[in-house]
Write a protein that binds this ligand. Structure first.
Ligand SMILES: *Cc1c(COP(=O)(O)O)cnc(C)c1O
Length: 360
């Protein structure tokens, strides 16, 4: 299947590109998109690059009613005339894991990576070049079968759209304020938490809104059963540095396994730093805080890479982490990972993938 030909239809008009310092996340998209269709008789077929344009979909399409859909998020970086991707194969592997959970047919990971590289080449002018900027890539799949019956759809579209994004930390890294959520849950083990699917995000909006009303930027999710163990922060994975040891919740069937999370664990092990994947309760974190050994807290994800937590609100108490400042380890991880991503530091794990200019 990976030797399916990807056809290219170029757009006759070109959109206005925003300047690097005026980039707003997810608002302006590049001139082209990658599309591929699925039908029961043909499987995935007709991979193509076409002008970015509105879709024509029947209002009864299953995605609108039952949310059968998955997505991914990754970035391309400009580096001295080259274009680099960071561990893109993991995103497409994860998409297939999400597909499995949502009963969406498996995609050919090699073919879509090839399609992505072609798309980036076609829209290469859109790659912002200033420090900290990147091209955000959003692959997604929607169930397009026109039917209100509840069953896995027989028709789908796989699409990749891209948008230039500015530096996440224009004014330097600043720790965020987080409220521990004890009423709402994001998901439960056995649910769809391990899949990157729209419903998880829809389920998170209410808690996010309540937190924002109280001046917090995100919520810390606890497990959906006992509301005792920490799962994630907003839509990021979370790490704690307690008394010199880095701890992150073990993958338990409801946490989404981030590519950034996995990379951070590799880096820490490479540096011979103690790192543990295990259950972490909110009580343990609070006790560490009381004992003066809660040294750092940070979220990890593609958008921010590292997002330090300076203020953690739980049970009427405010835990101020590291004096509300970015910790030394958070900073070192951020600097190292972003430097590897843009090819400024050696890549000991072979994570960076170059989008070849003369491929075909
Ligand atoms: C995407 C996502 C993450 C982070 O994954 P990365 O691959 O590191 O970007 C973490 N948690 C949730 C719920 C997510 O959707």
């Amino acid at each position: 299947m990976s030797n399916q030909n990807i056809s290219v239809t170029l757009s006759s008009t070109r959109r206005q590109k925003p300047e690097d310092d005026k980039l707003v996340f997810g608002k302006v998209f590049t001139d082209h998109m990658f599309v591929m269709d699925y039908s029961g008789d043909k499987g995935w077929h007709d991979p193509r690059i076409i002008p970015n344009q509105p879709l024509q979909i029947d209002p009864s399409a299953m995605v609108f009613h039952y949310g059968q859909t998955v997505f991914e998020g990754l970035k391309a970086y400009y580096s001295n005339g080259k274009i680099l991707l960071f561990r893109p194969e993991r995103n497409f592997q994860r998409m297939n894991q999400s597909n499995d959970r949502l009963v969406i047919p498996q995609i050919d990971e090699e073919l879509v990576l090839k399609g992505l590289k072609e798309l980036i080449k076609v829209d290469r002018e859109w790659l912002p070049k200033s420090e900290g900027t990147s091209l955000y890539i959003r692959p997604f799949i929607i169930a397009t079968e026109a039917s209100l019956g509840v069953h896995p759809a027989s028709q789908y579209k796989f699409i990749i759209i891209m948008c230039p994004v500015g530096s996440y930390y224009k004014e330097g890294i600043h720790p965020v304020k987080i409220a521990v959520e004890s009423k709402y849950v994001r998901t439960v083990a056995g649910g769809t938490g391990t899949a990157k699917t729209a419903g998880n995000y829809a389920a998170s909006l209410k808690a996010q809104e309540v937190a924002e009303e109280s001046g917090y930027s995100q919520v810390l999710w606890l497990d959906g059963v006992e509301k005792k163990y920490i799962e994630e922060v907003g839509s990021m994975n979370i790490f704690f540095k307690i008394n010199g040891v880095v701890v992150t919740p073990a993958l338990n069937g409801s946490i989404l396994e981030g590519v950034t999370r996995n990379s951070i664990i590799h880096l820490l092990k490479h540096w011979n730093m103690p790192v543990e994947e295990r259950k972490v309760s909110i009580e343990e974190v609070y006790q560490a805080y009381k004992d003066g050994v809660l040294e750092e807290v940070f979220g990890t994800g593609t958008a921010a890479v590292i997002s330090p937590v300076g203020d953690l609100f739980w049970n009427g108490e405010k835990m101020i982490v590291n004096g509300g400042e970015t910790g030394e380890l958070s900073m070192k991880l951020y600097n190292t990972l972003t430097a590897i991503q843009v090819g400024k530091e050696p890549d000991p794990f072979g994570w960076v993938v170059e989008v070849e200019q003369e491929e075909k």
